[in-house]
Design a protein around this ligand. Structure first.
Ligand code: IF1
Length: 400
């Protein structure tokens, strides 16, 4: 079948909750994907940072195949021989004493919200069901009804009420606004170290450190959602580390499996994660042996291939080259490591047409929030591949 035939099936039988580019991918390897007509594209989205290790990484593939032949799911009613090793290796990689494994990023954020609320009632002494969590405008933390309850994006929340109470929204990047929003009932602050979906919004220098200080001063938990920025994407294992900040709770996902399987986790130290008692939280697939084996290999690849260092070095180069492109359309080039956003002036007519033009030149990039082109290739990308892409990116950004 050809591209248009696949698209026709998708349009007829699938819900239209996305507006994808018309490229039908049949296989992928490293930083490259190939469509059903054999066309080759550089992937500059990395499935929203889920394939930091590159597509179909052989070491993770092998771990998946070997484990799948043994046992894939035991339920948490029993134990398995992969999860304890995953826990230990994840703890050593991230520096957190414990973790709680889930499946999607949204589930990890929901788990973090439940943990913060439980801490508020059981430890801080907030009166029951009055716990408040402070979030930032422009946030993206998943698509559950609770998570869209505190979204400031009408597209994500309209028609999905009634909404979950207990959330207060303040402007992103404004630490004083957080301090002013704290009440005796505040359980936590939940923010992204860099806002991905909002358009790769990097907060002012010192913001994360200031938020951590404010949380400590007011006995409020600092929750960092690193589901997109974590696992080496921004040039550190966790983006909070750029400011030497260690949040109380961290959520991770996406590249925790290298794109092979939905795996997410909540990271925290024992005094916090020890609050969950048997039966209070869980999921059928959370912590299954197949996920654990895949996660172990995904972490090993990040560590042994030094992908944080690669992201820092190649991200600085890529962003530097993009910043030098003379284009009337470019308003700002920003980001950290290989999480880069090119914001266009509204007069450019929106980023979508530039992404369509890039596709015509063998580069797949995704617009975010209308005017930003996100460049976030797999962290295994070679420098010469960036150099191959730059002339096409320059040509597209200089079109009328
Ligand atoms: C979509 C982007 C959106 C996330 C952060 C939690 C989650 C995500 C910081 C939830 C997921 C994905 C979801 C996907 C598109 C993409 C995305 F920011 F990456 F571009 F939507 F905003 N926290 N982000 O980025 O994790 O449940 O998806 O595993 O929903 O369209 P998930």
């Amino acid at each position: 079948m050809k591209t248009q035939e696949f698209i026709a099936l998708e349009e007829q039988y699938g819900a239209h909750n996305y507006h994808p580019l018309d490229v039908v991918i049949e296989r992928a390897e490293g930083a490259w994907v190939y469509d059903v007509e054999g066309n080759k594209y550089l992937d500059c989205l990395s499935s929203y940072s889920a394939v930091n290790q590159g597509h179909v990484h052989p070491r993770i593939l092998n771990a998946m195949l070997e484990q799948a032949k043994k046992v894939t799911l035991t339920s948490r009613a029993f134990r398995n021989d992969q999860l304890p090793l995953f826990y230990k290796e994840l703890s050593e990689f991230t520096g957190y004493e414990m973790s709680l494994p889930m499946n999607s990023g949204a589930e990890a954020v929901e788990s973090a919200i439940k943990l913060a609320r439980k801490w508020a009632y059981r430890v801080k002494g907030v009166p029951r069901y009055q716990a408040e969590i402070i979030t930032a405008s422009g946030n993206f933390h998943g698509r559950t009804t609770t998570e869209v309850s505190f979204s400031t994006e009408p597209l994500y929340r309209d028609d999905f009420g009634p909404f979950t109470p207990g959330f207060v929204t303040v402007p992103y990047g404004d630490a004083a606004a957080i301090e002013n929003a704290i009440t005796p009932n505040t359980a936590a602050v939940l923010i992204e170290p860099i806002q991905g979906e909002a358009g790769v919004i990097v907060p002012p220098a010192g913001y994360l450190k200031r938020v951590a200080e404010i949380c400590y001063k007011h006995n409020v938990l600092f929750i960092a959602d690193e589901i997109q920025t974590g696992l080496c994407r921004t040039g550190k294992v966790l983006a909070s580390q750029h400011e030497g900040v260690r949040p109380d709770i961290v959520t991770i996902g996406k590249a925790l499996s290298g794109g092979f399987y939905p795996i997410s986790a909540v990271l925290a130290d024992a005094p916090l994660l020890g609050l969950f008692k048997p039966g209070e939280h869980g999921s059928t697939f959370g912590g299954n042996p197949l996920a654990a084996a895949i996660g172990r290999a995904a972490i090993a690849v990040l560590r042994e291939e030094k992908l944080a260092e690669r992201s820092a070095e190649l991200g600085e180069y890529f962003a530097g080259q993009l910043s030098e492109i003379p284009s009337k359309h470019i308003k700002e080039v920003r980001g950290r490591g290989l999480l880069i956003g090119v914001e266009l002036h509204p007069a450019a007519g929106g980023a979508r047409r530039f992404c369509e033009a890039l596709k015509g030149r063998g580069i797949l990039a995704k617009e975010t929030h209308d005017h930003v082109i996100r460049f976030a290739p797999p962290l295994v990308i070679e420098k010469q591949t960036i150099d191959w892409a730059l002339p096409s990116i320059r040509e597209v950004l200089q079109m009328s």
